[in-house]
Ligand binder design. Structure first.
Ligand code: SF4
Length: 372
């Protein structure tokens, strides 16, 4: 039997939704009502869109999908501050999303691809290869799921079978609970540029989710073309570049795409970006014991970044079990930071989050699927 394909509502622009509704003979304001349910009231199911006529709700239920994510696994760190989800997409692939609850920040880390083709040797996702790009709706849906979770934590309020409340209870006049978004989960966002940016525009659009662009950071392994394209975007999304090594020999070992885009090309694109946007760039550096954390490499990194409008985030690696890549000792990490600071390169030591859960990108998926 032929099963008709469902229209995914989160793939549509506001005009696209209006066109769909018009083709059903519905007035424009019905599209605006549905838009508000999706992005402001966080409805995951048209059944809960109570101000729509019953026949319209039924048509939406039968022919559309409001939420492409099916929660199949949830992990929570022992301190309760990091929650990691494994979602199944409509075609059966899985992706990870992480919610981090700091004192004054509530940040969601979202994925842009199912898998990744960049092959970073210390990353579980990098070992599996790329299955496909996520759609803009699948990227946006991760943010909506996290916001829903903020509004109705599943341990305090009624929830659906899959652990996520079906309909948010907050009116559009109440501010967002999420404070920050990091595009730092599975995948390389600049390798899925158009869909990622379509999602980011929807997330920051005041008529849609409405979280200001300055609260969003996109992290890339350093694709020069994509970095230059970002400089032309009107949205002021923050740029973070995962460097992890200050010379090509070591970086190519850790981040194989460096073979195609060596450090000089990445730095030239970053300097172009800074020249055009006047915005500070963050460099991510995952500290790995005995691999990239020596004083000599810290001095080399300081030389590379001297005079660049930037900030370095030092992150002791979230290790994969049985991997030769393990986090730096606290002493080595502190010494590394000190050398950067003495050389006037601002650097912050970031805490590893969710160390007792599979918080490193791709680790939960690997474990649940039996791969590690
Ligand atoms: S670290 Fe990021 S870019 Fe590298 S393989 Fe993992 S997901 Fe891809």
């Amino acid at each position: 039997m032929h099963v008709p394909e469902l229209t995914s509502l989160l793939e549509l622009t506001q005009d696209g939704l209006a066109q769909l509704l018009a083709s059903w003979g519905q007035p424009r304001y019905r599209a605006d009502q549905i838009w508000e349910w999706l992005y402001r009231k966080l409805a995951a199911d048209p059944a809960g869109m109570t101000n729509l006529p019953k026949e319209l709700r039924e048509r939406l239920i039968v022919t559309t999908r409001a939420d492409p994510l099916d929660l199949i696994y949830q992990q929570r760190s022992s301190d309760g501050q990091t929650i990691k989800w494994l979602f199944r997409l409509p075609d059966g692939l899985t992706i990870e999303t992480v919610l981090m609850l700091y004192d004054e920040r509530r940040t969601v880390c979202i994925s842009t691809q199912a898998g990744c083709s960049m092959g970073c040797v210390f990353c579980a996702t990098g070992q599996t290869g790329l299955a496909r790009n996520l759609t803009s709706g699948e990227i946006v849906a991760q943010v909506l799921a996290a916001e829903r979770r903020m509004i109705a934590p599943s341990d305090r309020q009624p929830k659906t079978d899959d652990g996520i409340p079906a309909v948010g209870s907050r009116s559009s006049s109440v501010g967002r609970r999420l404070t920050n978004i990091v595009v730092m989960g599975m995948g390389e966002p600049l390798a899925n540029y158009d869909r990622t940016w379509a999602a980011l525009r929807r997330i920051s659009d005041p008529d849609a989710f409405g979280l200001g662009a300055r609260h969003t950071t996109l992290s890339t392994v350093g694709l020069p073309q994509g970095i230059r394209k970002m400089a032309d975007e009107p949205l002021q999304i923050n740029l973070a570049v995962s460097l992890h090594a200050p010379n090509d020999e070591l970086r190519t070992q850790l981040v194989p795409v460096n073979h195609r885009y060596p450090i000089a090309e990445v730095m030239a694109a970053v300097k172009d970006y800074i020249g055009r946007t006047h915005r500070r760039v963050t460099f991510e550096y995952a500290l790995m014991n005995g691999i990239n954390d020596t004083p000599a490499l810290a001095r080399q990194l300081a030389g590379l970044l001297k005079g660049v409008l930037c900030h370095v985030n030092l992150i002791p690696l979230n290790p994969i079990a049985e991997s030769p890549y393990q986090p730096s000792s606290p002493e080595n990490a502190a010494a590394f930071q000190k050398i950067l600071e003495v050389n006037r390169v601002p650097a912050t030591m970031r805490m590893r989050r969710g160390i007792d859960i599979d918080a490193g990108c791709g680790q939960l998926r690997r474990r649940v699927s039996g791969g590690g």
